[in-house]
Design a protein around this ligand. Structure first.
Ligand SMILES: [Zn+2]
Ligand SMILES: [Zn+2]
Length: 173
């Protein structure tokens, strides 16, 4: 036990820094309001993505659909979603490993076809409650980011709200 140290968050510089970080994250994510939070596949926007005329679909097969994010965070920003409704990374089971691996392969291939090297490709998922839509979607980013602060939303070093595809695959093994 540590004596004489006030644990109230704002009573130390470290506490102040933590407060600032939490505040920044809240501001960052508040710029991306939850557009659709339905848990019912019948009302899910990504379950019927092929019917949205504004969607720029770049790849489609029986398992996955890839399309451009309507609010690109990077030079190229694609989303790869399973055609079957899966809520979030929290809903993934061991049996989904092959599907997630396929999402990775498709995302990687599409970005490579556009000329991105391994160093400029980032693939990952937002962790609830920091995800925008409750239908699993893999963010496939061709860097650079559009601006410095948006990169924080997709940062490799933030296991709290963004996990790389490899981290998720590792967890499913
Ligand atoms: Zn869905
Ligand atoms: Zn997301």
């Amino acid at each position: 036990m540590v004596r004489g140290v006030c644990t109230y968050p704002l009573c130390s510089m470290a506490g102040l820094r933590n407060f600032y970080i939490i505040f920044s994250v809240l501001v960052m994510f508040s710029c991306f309001p939850h557009k659709h939070q339905s848990r019912l596949p019948s009302e899910c926007i990504f379950c019927s993505i092929g019917e949205h005329s504004a969607t720029r679909i770049v790849y489609q097969d029986e398992d996955v659909i890839a399309f451009h994010d309507i609010k690109p965070a990077a030079n190229t920003h694609l989303l790869v979603v399973p055609t079957r409704h899966i809520g979030t990374v929290k809903s993934l089971r061991k049996e989904d490993y092959e599907l997630v691996q396929k999402m990775k392969v498709v995302g990687q291939r599409l970005l490579r076809e556009q000329g991105y090297s391994e160093d400029n490709i980032r693939l990952g998922f937002h962790i609830p409650p920091f995800n925008s839509i409750d239908h699993l979607h893999l963010h496939c980013l061709g860097l650079p980011f559009r601006n410095w602060w948006i990169g924080g939303k997709y940062s490799r070093n933030t296991p709290l709200w963004f996990n790389s595809i490899d981290t998720i695959l590792e967890k499913l093994k």
